[in-house]
Design a protein around this ligand. Structure first.
Ligand code: PMP
Length: 343
């Protein structure tokens, strides 16, 4: 696949901004190139625009290469950049499923890109052929999310591979919740699939939503395009430092994840026993989608008690459902106690 044929013409022809730190990256005696202030070290200096140290570290952990990594201000940044790079406003479209994560639609709307949505089945499974049927000659990107938000299930890997093989554009698989899933990441498949982009994030299993750090993994060509159009210093010094610190303690991350997976099993079992719970959907993520009688009423009752869950009851296939994040054991117990008071 020639990625450049998919690119918008203006992006293919774009001469990107070249920052001072792009032009000189080595050690020097004095840096007088970027109009920085010499005082207030280390925050006086612009950050590394390509986050080289952090990418080295992530590449080790993820068993990939820094040239296959893009880092953004949350994974929301690469979602927007992919649409901007490949989709011509008013002409091109993206295909995704419904229900799924809302930002694909929002990013497309901001860029005036049509979104074609293919319904998942009642069990939130995906059917590759119906998705591929929605593709037309102006479809540039397909967005999949596995495990899927808000349903929590992983999509069938065979069906996802069929889409990757059968689509002549770029397939993005958002793996924001992959650390909570028993199934495998598509990361080892990147080499074989030049049209694949994987999104992961520091915001979920890695416990760092506050620093805004998302990862995209793709071919060197696609990463180059994203680097070309991003803000020059899209990740600040503090974010890069905090991420490096966190990555020094991988055992901690594993411990949190194990705990949350155990809490998820506990919560699924206990929630199922409430008389107003119709169904707790199986989840590979750090949340549960729970169908209830009077979901709206229960949502408002919980808000009044200061317990905030996500009301998904107006969303396609999630009618009557609340999405409940798995918190600490104490937080989950507070929710359970409040629900018991309803019986
Ligand atoms: N993808 C999915 C599927 C999500 O649910 C979310 C956040 N709710 C994100 C991406 C956004 O992640 P980030 O914090 O990295 O922007």
């Amino acid at each position: 696949m020639n990625i450049n044929n998919l690119l918008r013409k203006n992006i293919a022809e774009l001469k990107p901004y070249s920052s001072a730190r792009d032009e000189y990256t080595g050690e020097a005696m004095v840096f007088l190139d970027a109009n920085e202030n010499p005082f207030n070290k280390p925050y006086n200096r612009y950050p590394d625009p390509l986050q080289r140290k952090l990418k080295e570290k992530i590449a080790q952990i993820k068993n990939t290469h820094p040239k296959n990594i893009f880092l953004g201000n949350g994974s929301d940044e690469p979602i927007d950049l992919l649409i901007r790079a490949f989709c011509e406003p008013g002409t091109d479209n993206i295909v995704t499923v419904t229900p799924t994560y809302g930002m694909y639609q929002v990013a497309a709307d901001i860029n005036n890109i049509e979104v074609k949505k293919v319904s998942l089945t009642e069990n939130f499974d995906i059917d590759a052929s119906s998705l591929l049927n929605a593709v037309d000659e102006n479809t540039k990107l397909v967005f999949l999310c596995s495990p899927n938000n808000p349903s929590g299930n992983s999509l069938n890997p065979g069906q996802m591979q069929k889409i990757i093989d059968g689509f002549a554009g770029i397939v993005i698989i958002d793996e924001a919740y992959i650390d909570f899933a028993p199934g495998k990441t598509f990361l080892p498949e990147l080499d074989k699939n030049s049209n694949l982009v994987l999104l992961q994030t520091f915001s979920k299993a890695w416990g760092m939503a506050g620093i805004r750090l998302g990862m995209a993994f793709a071919s060197e060509e696609i990463i180059h395009i994203l680097n070309k159009i991003k803000y020059p210093y899209n990740l600040n010094v503090l974010t890069q430092q905090k991420a490096m610190e966190l990555l020094e303690k991988p055992e901690e991350i594993k411990k949190w994840t194990k705990l949350l997976i155990a809490e998820r099993a506990k919560m699924a079992e206990l929630l199922q026993d409430f008389p107003f719970v119709v169904q707790v959907y199986p989840s590979d993520a750090n949340f549960l989608l729970v169908k209830m009688h009077d979901a709206e009423g229960i949502y408002r009752y919980l808000v009044d008690k200061g317990i905030i869950v996500r009301n998904r009851s107006k969303i396609h296939l999630c009618e009557g459902s609340l999405r409940i994040t798995i918190g600490s054991s104490d937080e989950n117990d507070i929710l359970l106690k409040a629900l018991k008071e309803l019986i």
